[in-house]
Design a protein around this ligand. Sequence first.
Ligand code: GN1
Ligand code: MG
Length: 377
Amino acid sequence: MQARGHDSHHLQAVAAAFHAPDTIESITPLGSGNVNDTYLVRAGGLPTVLQRINTQVFRQPQLVMQNLITLGTHVRARLHQPLPALEGRRWELPEVITTRHGNAPLYACSQGGFWRTISFIAEARSVDVIEGPEQAHELGFGLGMFHLLISDLPTEQLADTLEGFHITPLYLEHYRQALVRSELERCERTDHCIAFIRNREAFASVLENARARGELKLRPIHGDPKINNVMLDGTSGQAVGLVDLDTVKPGLIHYDIGDCLRSCCNRAGEDSTDLAAVNFDAGLAAEILEGYFSVANSFLSDADITYIVDAARLISFELGLRFFSDYLAGSTYFKASYPEHNLNRALVQFRLTESIEAQEAELRALVQRLRQQAVVA
Ligand code: GN1
Ligand code: MG
């Protein structure tokens, strides 16, 4: 899908639902999200984030906001109690800013679309491609801290805002339908994707089977903790919070761990067109997991540990499958900047999957070693 542009008059009118019109100083596009439309609004000297929720994806935006509020209330209460793992660091969570009239968390625009405003985490930045091992450690710490803060939030309190999200066997079914329907001409690259997927059909159920056997349990998760959703302090580089909380809902923490690993350990980035440069950097994975375990070790079971490498492999494969299916269906889900964008993105994720497969034994040994270290510490 093409990036949806909103003209400045329209944006001004939407922002005025949340801020007094004469206080609005500027409205500029923010970030590189593939689903929602996001803007930075400066009003009364304060930066805030204005977003149009993509209702093709999130069919019930009210539930998304309800989850955001439930999460915020829970995490803020936890942050008021002593939390040794934070070691005096700052930790922030985007706050919902309601409409001026009616005090509502969402603004339904007369031209269609649901908009919301949340606070902006100040003096922080995010990166699309990892910059080094220390940063990897922080990215892992950030995810661990997020999981720790929500580990005691009962899943019944969170709505399922995106059914089937990260259930890989369901993406496989969608893919099969898209393949049958697609009128796109096949080429060497599409044939490669088709064969790649066919060879991994059984593997697609690895986490859902573990869940069905009771080895893995549903917990509250972030759902989309990719590298640029972790905010890093502008000066110290420490992780200070996770953003993009629309997919916070019950799930397997492995979806999150897998997504964090796949997006951080690929130094070439998700949009690379140089496939030869794509690989899974095990050194960065070690840093991420060390940072993650330093906070999360206490609530990870041995079964959780067993499936970490599978999770990295699966979520890379799954995202490749999602990109490729969307390419076949005419790129209606992920915003694309050029016709083959989602095909290229799929190839990157499949290359990453192969790289994880090639290092599987070493990665399993690494996870066990880091777990032992964390238990002793
Ligand atoms: C989408 O919009 P964004 O960039 O935050 C997608 C994630 C993918 C990601 C890949 C709700 O997230 O699952 O991992 O693109 N979000 C949704 O870049 O589908
Ligand atoms: Mg997202």
